[in-house]
Design a protein around this ligand. Sequence first.
Ligand code: NAD
Ligand code: ZN
Ligand code: ZN
Length: 344
Amino acid sequence: MKAVQYREVGTAPEVVEIPVPRPGPGEVLLKVTAAGVCHSDIAVMSWPAEQVPFPLPLTLGHEGAGVVAEVGEGVDTVRLGDAVVVYGPWGCGTCVKCAQGKENYCLRAEELKILPPGLGAPGAMAEYMIVDSPRHLIPLGGLDPVRTVPLTDAGLTPYHAIKRSMPKLVPGSTSVVIGAGGLGHVGIQLLRAMTGTRVIALDVSEEKLALAREVGAHEALISDDEAVGRIRELTGGRGADAVFDFVGVPPTTAIAQQCAGVESDVTIVGIGGGSVEVGFGTTAYETVVTAPYWGSRSELVEVYDLARGGDITVHVETYTLEEAPKAYERLHANEVRGRAVIVP
Ligand code: NAD
Ligand code: ZN
Ligand code: ZN
């Protein structure tokens, strides 16, 4: 079968021929119907060899959807032909965090060397993929896999971040979304669907600001030195009640710190090395700063339930497996509008 692999540190992904895997006991083989392209892959592929926590070559793709093609011994909770999506942050299933459905914070993943598909285990950018347990599959329930596969990460990650801040996102509140890309353009829609907050989007690209407006941002501003002043103005001096930084580079975390109001939440989702220092006088009083990772299994079910209600439209650009390297190039050049999705 064809697969898109990161083969050697410092090189671009390649399309290769590899054998179709067979499911072992407890595992499920999916015929992949869609795989999303996330900016985290680009970050991972820029790490030096000593920082890469998995062996290469690696089949990419941590946003995956498929149809059950074969089940391993003992699997009886999914059936051949079931249309599903993959919960990506795999855990052990039995530690206290996993028992709460928070496999993204599994306490034993490192010890047991459990890694997400596409970020250690073979991922979804192939004709077939292995899922380690049916526990990590969620029914699509009639949704289109191509248009919704990004919800497994670009939906789930903002959903988790927003859910944490819900008590602050009451009518009259203001949220700032920094980065209207794959995660950000879904995050804006989730904020509109789930809360009464006013949404101000920031980005460096006019095209992304247009997308932000199209998906529901009340205001969309260029992310520069003047943005903080504009946000202060728009909030009557109060500042934002929640800031979601989907870029996470030093210039954006600096904006997040400066535009956050008293008793606000600052959530750093982007992995660009930026940080917000917390101490008396560095942030507004009682600002809570956090950096979450992905979301829980139950939250993924909630995201798909929400999408089934029709409130969330992921903007997708589709590519074949052979075109995947081009999709990564376009993402790297900041040319993708919404999310790139590979359709094998
Ligand atoms: P993307 O490339 O689709 O979107 C990034 C957006 O940020 C683009 O619209 C771009 O124009 C904008 N941008 C770039 N620099 C900016 C700046 N200085 N100010 C304002 N906007 C700027 O990326 P994505 O796939 O949405 O991922 C976003 C970030 O989130 C990445 O760092 C990714 O690695 C990270 N991520 C984190 C988690 C997590 O669990 N914490 C999960 C998924 C992705
Ligand atoms: Zn991702
Ligand atoms: Zn666990």
